[in-house]
Write a protein that binds this ligand. Structure first.
Ligand SMILES: [Zn+2]
Length: 209
């Protein structure tokens, strides 16, 4: 149930309660929604409401929006959207003179989505090649030692590759693990750290054996 809910709420505007209602109505995934038609879905939900099995009835308008969103495959970019917002918020906080529009001009959301990829993509660190799946395996096997793992490390971060203090924009961003990001600091440049990353990769491969 929880997995199904988590898949459905990747669709923009579809909340947890909506997701449980849809699952009760037999719509278990974004794929099911894609195939659905608005009147069918509405009628299924209405009969659940009439039986008091669900708390409220969603409007046809909302249902249509979910179906449209499922069909654009936009929902597959929910992680990218979250990371983009996070980068923007951090940038605006640091530089008061910088506006949302300035940020979007340097790095349009569409460009970022293409760079970051869909939720199903396998992402890896540009320096040491570790993937988020590898990191999860290492954590599960007790082979990650840092106490910071509760807040950083599970997900790859966005490194400003060429100009560490420059803008987040294509040509200056790369996916990077916490360990590489933390070691690179503003000391090593991209080419230097590409070399250092090879040593990190050897260590990860040993630990993954
Ligand atoms: Zn790395």
């Amino acid at each position: 149930m929880e997995n199904k809910i988590n898949e459905l709420i990747k669709i923009d505007g579809l909340g947890r309660i909506d997701a449980t209602h849809l699952i009760k109505a037999g719509i278990n995934s974004p794929e099911d929604l894609k195939k659905g038609n608005v009147n069918d879905v509405f009628n299924k939900l209405r009969s659940l409401k009439e039986n008091n099995s669900i708390s409220y009835l969603s409007t046809k308008n909302s249902i249509q929006k979910w179906i449209n969103e499922a069909n654009t495959n936009n929902y597959l970019y929910s992680l990218a959207k979250k990371r983009y917002k996070n980068l923007m918020d951090r940038t605006l906080k640091k530089t008061e003179s910088f506006t949302k529009e300035d940020f979007e001009a340097k790095l349009p959301i569409k460009v970022f989505k293409d760079f970051f990829g869909k939720d199903l993509n396998i992402r890896k660190c540009i320096y040491c090649n570790i993937t988020e799946t590898d990191i999860a395996t290492l954590i599960d096997n007790g082979k990650i030692k840092t106490s910071r793992i509760t807040t950083r490390g599970k997900l790859l971060e966005i490194d400003r590759t060429i100009e560490p203090k420059g803008h987040y924009q294509l040509g200056n961003i790369g996916l990077c693990c916490y360990w590489c990001n933390n070691a690179k600091t503003d000391e090593f440049n991209y080419d230097e750290f590409k070399e250092i990353g090879k040593s990190f990769e050897k260590v990860w491969n040993e630990r993954l054996k």
